[in-house]
Design a protein around this ligand. Sequence first.
Ligand SMILES: C[S@@+](CC[C@H](N)C(=O)[O-])C[C@H]1O[C@@H](n2cnc3c(N)ncnc32)[C@H](O)[C@@H]1O
Length: 381
Amino acid sequence: MLDNVAPRVINEQLQSIVFAEERERINQVQSRQDEIDRLVVSYVVAAFRALSLRPEELDRLADTDYCRARLRELNLPQAKVWWVQLLAKIAANAEKTPADTGHADTMPADTEQLADHLRRELPFYDIELTIITRVGGNLARLIQCEGTSEIIRTLFADDLMTRWYTESVTHRIFNSLARETVRLLTEQTQSKPTQSKPLNVLEVGAGTGGLTSHILDIFDPHSTSYQFTDVGAFFLRSGRRRFANYPFVEFATLDLERRCGEQGFADGSCNLVIANNVIHDTKNLRFTLRNVAQVLAPGGYLLMIELTDPQIWWHMCFGSLDGWWRFKSDPGDDREDLMLLKVEQWYEVLAESGFHQTAVLSDALDIDFANRAFLSQVDGS
Ligand SMILES: C[S@@+](CC[C@H](N)C(=O)[O-])C[C@H]1O[C@@H](n2cnc3c(N)ncnc32)[C@H](O)[C@@H]1O
C-alpha cells in the first residue's frame, strides 16, 4: 500500500528539511550538559549519603554480590540492585573525572541553586528539569521503596510523562522528524489506499501517545486504519480519551513479547509499524523485531526511534523501571550491561531480523543527541 520508496531515498529527502528551532534548542542544552550532569551527580551523592552508602565504596558496588549484600544490610530492596549499581557508577565516574567544564566558575555549588540556575539558562528545557528535580529530590526514598509504583506515581503526576513524550526538547525533534517521514512516505504513494483497502498503520508501545499526536493529522481518515496499541491497558484508556476525534484510530492491547499473529494482528497485515522508544523495553530484541517483521506486508516499513546514548539523568530517572532491565530476564538476548544498543548494533540486529534496508534518519538532523530514528523495510514480494 505504501510504494516502494527505499529508506535511503526518504533519508535524502529529509536532508532538505532544516528543523532549525529544534536543533538550536538542542545545541543550547548540549552546551550546558556539564551542569546538567553535575546536578544529577549531586542528587545521587546526597541520596547515597542519606542511605549510608559511603563514597569510598562506590567502586565496590560494581560487584553485584557486594552490592546485594550492602542492600540487605541497609534493608533496601534487592530488586533495585541494577539501578543502584548504575547510580554508583555515575557518582564514581564523576569523582574520577570531574566534568571538564566551561562553566566551572559560574556553576552554583548548591543543588537547588544549580537547578534554579539551569531553569533560568534553559527555560525551554523545563519538562526535563522537572523530571530531574522531581526524581532527584526524592531519590533516597525512591531507592527505599519496594516495586515501581512509587516511581511511576512520581513520573506520571501532572501528566508529566505525556508532556515529556509530546513537547519536550528531547522528543520534539524526533516527533517532527517522524512526522516528516510519514508525510514523505504517504505523499509518494501512487496506489492510493481506499476505504475497502486502507493503509494499515500499527503503533506499538504507543504509551502516552506523544508521537501519535504529531502524526495523526497526516493520514486520510477515510482510507487509513491506525491501531494504537500498548501492553498496558492504562495507556489505551488515556489514548481513547486523547484521540477521540480521530475515528480511524482503534485501540488494542499488544504485547511485543508474544507473537502478534496470536493477538489478532495477522502476518503481513500492516504497511507501517511505528515504534517510539519501546523495542529496547522488551526482553529479546531479535524475537521482537522478527515479530514486527512478520506483521508487515511485503515492502512494509518500520519507523523506530530508539535510545542510543542516554544521558546520565535518564538512568537516574528511568533506571528503576522494569523496562530498563527487562533484557536481563532472557539469557538469549545479547545485551550485557544496558538495554541500549549503538547505531551499528541496531543495524545488525535489524538486518538479522528481516529488515534488509535501513536508514538512520536522524543523520539528517546533524545532531548527536540521545535517540536515533531508523526507517527500515522488509523485502517486497
Ligand atoms: C519508554 S515508553 C515509550 C512511550 C511512548 N512511545 C510514548 O510516546 O509515550 C515504552 C512504552 O512501551 C510499552 N511497552 C513495554 N513493553 C512492551 C511490550 N512488551 N509490548 C508492547 N508495549 C510495551 C510501555 O507500556 C510504554 O508505553
